[in-house]
Design a protein around this ligand. Structure first.
Ligand code: SF4
Ligand code: SF4
Ligand code: SF4
Length: 280
């Protein structure tokens, strides 16, 4: 393991979590700060044991599929309205509140600049095209997800499709997972989100959340189980700006496209093995 990964795991697994535990009082909930640190240390060891084969302790044999996404950033440059459409489609589908206070924002998918999405690639002389345009980012549904390993209640877990899910009822709001995620893909509900959901837009078939729980993109698990595409992918129409499919199936469209194009993942050196790929 290189030094960068070691440092990340250490920071995500121990130091930051201990700080958060103290800040939130969660240490009391799981038996004190020391046991929180011991749990985080064990998580770090488990994460270190990941062998790079695609199997990992967070899911192992239970993962039958590994769903993934390919995002073609070029399409988002060609059509600057596309970004807004995918964000709206996701947030409407999942009753994501529109909280105007920046620090309290809840985001499942959002647009950002290249250098924010790919800090490892950032340099002073970034080409103008990538410096100017934005691309969508979301949870990477990592194959080696640190967020899952550090959750003390298994409120976040990988399902049989390799999707990193949330069980809102088990979430105690400790935010260990937020410290563990190196992509900022998770949001915390500092207040009751329901007043910030436009009732005219509310999806009555999807649960709303409560104050004190974490939420994030669920790869539209509820839709794919019905044979539908994720809402953001559907919002792209036939453009192929976003392609979704099973990475474990060599014949899937996403696997074929990954074969044909040069793609990048976000912060690959951290060893999280993101399931979201980008053509930039
Ligand atoms: S992007 Fe973050 S929240 Fe999503 S699976 Fe990876 S570590 Fe977990
Ligand atoms: S999912 Fe909830 S319980 Fe688990 S680490 Fe995150 S905030 Fe804590
Ligand atoms: S996959 Fe579904 S939950 Fe995730 S960003 Fe797209 S629409 Fe939202």
């Amino acid at each position: 393991m290189d030094q960068k990964r070691r440092t990340f795991l250490k920071v995500a697994g121990i130091s930051t979590l201990a700080g958060l535990g103290a800040a939130t009082g969660v240490g009391r909930l799981i038996g004190g700060a020391e046991s929180a640190m011991a749990a985080a240390e064990e998580a770090q060891v488990n994460a270190s044991a990941q062998n790079g084969t695609g199997q990992n302790a967070a899911c192992g044999d239970a993962c039958i599929n590994r769903y993934g996404m390919l995002i073609d950033a070029r399409k988002f440059r060609e059509d600057p309205t596309l970004g807004e459409r995918v964000v709206l489609a996701c947030h409407r589908e999942h009753n994501v509140p529109n909280i105007p206070i920046k620090k309290d924002e809840i985001k499942w998918i959002w647009m950002t600049h290249y250098d924010n999405a790919f800090p490892e690639q950032a340099n002073l002389y970034r080409d103008e095209v990538n410096a100017q345009f934005q691309l969508p980012i979301l949870c990477n549904h990592c194959d080696n997800p640190p967020c899952v390993r550090v959750c003390p209640t298994q409120a976040t877990f990988r399902n049989a499709d390799g999707i990193v899910m949330m069980d809102y009822h088990r979430c105690i709001g400790c935010r260990f997972c937020m410290a563990g995620c190196p992509y900022g893909s998770r949001s915390f509900n500092w207040s009751d989100p329901r007043p910030y959901i436009d009732s005219a837009d509310m999806n009555r078939d999807f649960p709303t959340r409560t104050r004190g729980v974490v939420e994030k993109c669920n790869f539209c698990d509820e839709r794919i189980r019905k044979g539908l595409l994720p809402a953001c992918v559907e919002a792209c129409g036939d453009s192929k700006a976003m392609v979704f499919g099973n990475l474990n199936d060599p014949n899937s469209e996403i696997r074929q496209m990954l074969k044909q194009h040069h793609t990048v993942q976000r912060n690959p050196s951290l060893g999280t093995l993101p399931s979201v790929f980008y053509i930039v």
